[in-house]
Design a protein. Structure first.
Length: 346
């Protein structure tokens, strides 16, 4: 009996010690509390989505449009009615916005939006009456493309049309002009009596005008022989050209110039950096990236700005011509990084 009592006493002691130990380290289980936040909120402030006038801090932009699909559009205008449109996708959280690879903190108070970072302080004012991007410019699309006949050629040159074929050098240095049929996409090659650097092309009745860096040659359209040459026309290379009567318009050094092919008079006109020109139907057309400007010549004024809504028309697009039915530009296919002729819907 005494032995049994001793066993019971030991078992009770162990039980009490175990209970004390559990209470000491775990304690009683209290009621479950509310679940806390899972992280910083990334929901954009819906007041961001609006049309805004630029008050300060964003030179070269007149209006900013932010849309609920997180697209952003920067609208501007310049002398002679030239309009600009830049578009991008915006990544917006509850307090930051990333646009054109730049991050800003933002705050919205009443009708004012402020964007700030270490380099900029942008102030925008809401304007519900500002134009939409589709009202600011006329959107056009690409309906067809033709590959560059020059395999792996750097095709960033202005192009021309001889009444049947699109004329294109297709490479940065060339002694060949390709004659490309816009209907069949077939081509033939015209050998030139020399090698040309930055060979932008314009066609006038019976002759091809082709750039060689900062001069322009008049070339026989059948034989490729040089018939005449211009004086040096610019400090740097000529990017594009178009002939009206005896006045050769050309873009170089960030300006539009004219060269009188009879008297050799050279005149600087106004600042405009473009990579393609075409004169058709009494209007001059200037091409740069996504934008194609339609301009009356006298008095000079841009009457319409087209926006080419395609990644083919990008920072590497150059050259424009008209085939009697449609405009064509030189662009870069983003899928292959190869240059192509691209037909526009105008």
């Amino acid at each position: 009996m005494k032995y049994i009592k001793s066993i019971l006493f030991v078992a009770l002691a162990i039980s009490l010690c175990t209970s004390c130990k559990k209470d000491k380290y775990e304690g009683p289980q209290g009621p479950a509390g509310p679940t806390g936040p899972t992280g910083i909120s990334t929901n954009p402030n819906p007041a961001m989505y609006a049309k805004w006038d630029v008050v300060s801090g964003l030179s070269g932009t007149r209006y900013v449009i932010l849309k609920s699909d997180n697209s952003i559009h920067l609208l501007d205008s310049a002398q002679y009615g030239f309009k600009a449109l830049e578009s991008d996708l915006a990544f917006i959280t509850s307090n930051q916005i990333t646009i054109f690879l730049e991050i800003f903190n933002y705050s919205v108070a009443n009708d004012t939006l402020r964007l700030t970072n270490t380099n900029k302080n942008v102030v925008l004012k809401k304007n519900n009456n500002a134009p939409d991007e589709t009202e600011w410019v006329t959107f056009v699309t690409i309906t067809n493309t033709i590959p560059n006949p020059e395999i792996n050629g750097d095709g960033r040159q202005d192009i021309g049309f001889d009444g049947t074929n699109i004329l294109w050098a297709g490479d940065w240095n060339s002694s060949t002009i390709y004659k490309i049929n816009p209907t069949s996409a077939t081509s033939t090659a015209l050998s030139l009596m020399g090698s040309y650097y930055s060979p932008s092309i314009n066609y006038a009745p019976s002759a091809i005008w082709i750039v060689n860096s900062n001069t322009i040659d008049e070339v026989n359209a059948t034989t490729g022989a040089v018939m005449s040459s211009s004086p040096v026309l610019s400090a740097n290379r000529i990017q594009s050209l178009a002939l009206i009567g005896q006045k050769m318009f050309y873009s170089a050094d960030g300006y539009i110039y004219t060269w009188d092919i009879i008297t050799d008079e050279i005149l600087q006109h106004f600042p405009l950096d473009v990579y393609g020109m075409e004169y058709v139907g009494g209007y001059m057309y200037f091409m740069k990236n996504h934008l194609l400007y339609k301009c009356q010549v006298s008095p000079f004024q841009c009457v319409l700005t087209y926006y080419i809504d395609s990644p083919v028309a990008s920072g590497n697009s150059c050259g424009v011509t008209y085939d009697g039915s449609n405009f064509w530009i030189v662009g870069e296919d983003p899928a292959t990084s190869e240059y192509v002729l691209a037909k526009l819907s105008i």
